[in-house]
Design a protein around this ligand. Structure first.
Ligand SMILES: Cc1cc2nc3c(=O)[nH]c(=O)nc-3n(C[C@H](O)[C@H](O)[C@H](O)COP(=O)(O)OP(=O)(O)OC[C@H]3O[C@@H](n4cnc5c(N)ncnc54)[C@H](O)[C@@H]3O)c2cc1C
Length: 336
């Protein structure tokens, strides 16, 4: 069985299935985690994708409790973040990874056959299920494929091969859209000036969210992550790094200055689903066993991705005529 994508959805599905099946997980990235991402620049460390995790379902609360027991998640703060820090406590705990958000993905990947730097370029149906082609011309065979790449990227793998989705599946999948997010990571020459847990969610301007990775406990040295709004990100998706950095750093109004050569931009083309599929996964109609999953299915955010991964593992077991696999790891709202 093959899972494309070592983000939360793919790793969760693979963990649940790996007791009963041989599972291989492929990811084009250099490491696991997808949008649960952490980067080092010099001595600074940045969570530059997902910032925190909330739980809105008992099912996912149990998953996060497991991550806490494993020592890879812990509460960061309680309540919503506004322009001046925490406002309007809403009872939800915001969890963070220990020491980084990416540590959660590494934990999920433990013991699995995960192959990074492995970009899938096409899926072809075969007598045994699927033939999976990689960009280095390698080929793999699998009876079942679980696709957890953002949906436009997943669909590109199918259109590269001789496959026709049913009209209903094609319509449902092609209607899923994502918002982009430009993220600036800046190592600073002093304290950022952010108080409390070290995060702000401005109500106006080009910045959606800013976090001080030092205050969060992720970075040993001052380091901020600045996420642009979807509107700014759409407008500047192909603008130069210099322009993106200067606009966002100026708007941030930081107390300290970015260190020369230690500022980078990450362009998240598919940051967050703007439209969701109503079910937690989609089993393709009229094709060898193929399941679409990820945060665009039935939820969003890390919670939606994990629940989709669980749903995909249940769908796979049912396609193969087995009992449901046990859950081995674990509809959110916009809760910044
Ligand atoms: C800037 C930003 C901020 C966010 N903030 C939050 C937050 O605070 N809280 C929250 O809960 N969520 C947040 N999210 C959303 C959260 O990160 C996602 O919902 C979740 O991580 C999605 O997991 P996933 O497994 O569905 O997809 P992904 O993490 O995107 O995993 C898909 C994987 O597929 C791989 N892939 C794609 N194409 C191929 C291919 N052809 N071959 C091989 N591999 C391939 C990718 O490399 C990737 O690793 C944020 C996201 C972003 C980008």
């Amino acid at each position: 069985m093959l899972v494309v994508g070592a983000g939360v959805a793919g790793l969760t599905a693979a963990r649940n299935l790996s007791d009963s099946y041989d599972v291989v997980v492929l990811d084009k990235g250099r490491g696991v985690g997808g949008r649960l991402a952490t980067r080092r620049i010099g001595d600074a460390t940045f969570d530059h994708g997902a910032q925190f995790i909330t739980t809105h379902t008992p099912e996912f609360a149990e998953v996060v409790a497991g991550w806490e027991r494993a020592g890879v998640a812990r509460p960061w703060f309680q309540g919503r973040i506004g322009p001046g820090g925490i406002v309007n406590p809403d009872g939800h705990t915001r969890f963070r990874g220990v020491a980084t958000m990416n540590a959660i993905a590494k934990h999920l990947a433990e013991g699995l056959d995960v192959r990074v730097s492995s970009r899938v370029v096409a899926l072809d149906p075969s007598d045994a299920g699927w033939r999976i082609r990689l960009d280095d011309a390698a080929e793999l065979a699998a009876a079942v494929v679980v696709l957890t790449a953002p949906v436009p990227q997943a669909l590109a793998l199918l259109t590269a091969g001789p496959i026709a989705l049913s009209a209903g599946d094609a319509r449902a999948l092609q209607s899923i859209r994502y918002e982009p997010c430009l993220a600036v990571m800046a190592a600073l020459d002093g304290a950022s000036g952010l108080d409390g847990p070290g995060a702000v969610h401005p109500s106006v301007g080009p910045i959606e969210w800013m976090a001080d990775n030092g205050r969060k406990g992720v970075s040993a040295t001052p380091a901020v992550t600045i996420h642009a709004t979807a509107e700014f990100s759409e407008r500047h998706l192909v603008s130069s790094d210099e322009l993106v950095i200067s606009e966002l750093v100026r708007a941030a109004g930081l107390r300290a200055r970015p260190i020369d050569g230690q500022v980078q931009v990450q362009r998240w083309r598919y940051a967050r689903p703007a439209t969701l599929h109503p079910e937690r996964c989609l089993v393709a109609d009229g094709l060898p066993p193929l399941v679409f999953a990820g945060d665009a299915f039935g939820g969003s955010k890390v919670e939606g991705a994990a629940l989709s991964g669980i749903a995909a593992s249940v769908a796979v077991a049912s396609l193969l005529g087995r009992a449901e696999p046990p859950t081995r790891s674990g509809a959110p709202t916009d809760d910044r």
